[in-house]
Ligand binder design. Structure first.
Ligand SMILES: [Zn+2]
Length: 171
């Protein structure tokens, strides 16, 4: 059995109605996607698949952390990610994406590989900017050698929020 096998759902044999699946995502998962921006992580995916007469409705609930590079200091850290995504699979002549949420697959198909969708969703859930979070005292956990921040937290105000600059110009 290959790593991806559990992600391939033989939906044609399912009874109509709701079916639940649970997936655990680890570093190995991301190795299956050569160009993945994420190389490591630890996530859980709960999938509810509802088989209807003419379509499949899938609800994904994703939560966990991914190991990503900090945009500010370039060290790696664990970024929490979480969210829900919906996918509707319809049947037609060929494969195509009708919208971001609706895909069409050939009506002769009887397997659905959800690994690609989970992979895409995890990347979509990443924040626009990946930066080390602050600790309980509000001090950035970025690598001080890179950011030039002094160990006692002085210099921290230099982490520039462009909105402040805009405000200063107004004052
Ligand atoms: Zn950082």
């Amino acid at each position: 059995m290959s790593y991806i096998d559990p992600f391939v759902i033989p939906f044609s044999g399912l009874k109509p109605g709701k079916h639940e699946y649970e997936f655990f995502i680890d570093d190995e998962f991301f190795r299956h996607f050569e160009y993945s921006q994420i190389k490591a992580g630890n996530l859980k995916v709960d999938l509810e698949l509802e088989k209807q007469e003419s379509m499949l409705v899938l609800h994904f609930v994703i939560s966990g952390t991914v190991h990503v590079m900090c945009d500010r200091c370039l060290d790696y850290y664990d970024q929490p990610v979480g969210g829900t995504e919906r996918l509707i699979v319809k049947f037609g002549e060929t494969c195509y994406e009708e919208t971001d949420e609706i895909v069409v697959i050939p009506s002769t198909e009887h397997l659905l590989d959800v690994s690609h969708y989970i992979y895409e969703y995890i990347h979509l859930l990443l924040p626009y900017k990946c930066v080390h979070p602050n600790d309980e005292e509000g001090i950035s956990q970025c690598n001080p050698e890179v950011t030039g921040r002094l160990p006692d937290g002085r210099g921290e105000n230099e982490s520039v929020d462009p909105r402040w600059d805009a405000l200063k110009k107004l004052l």
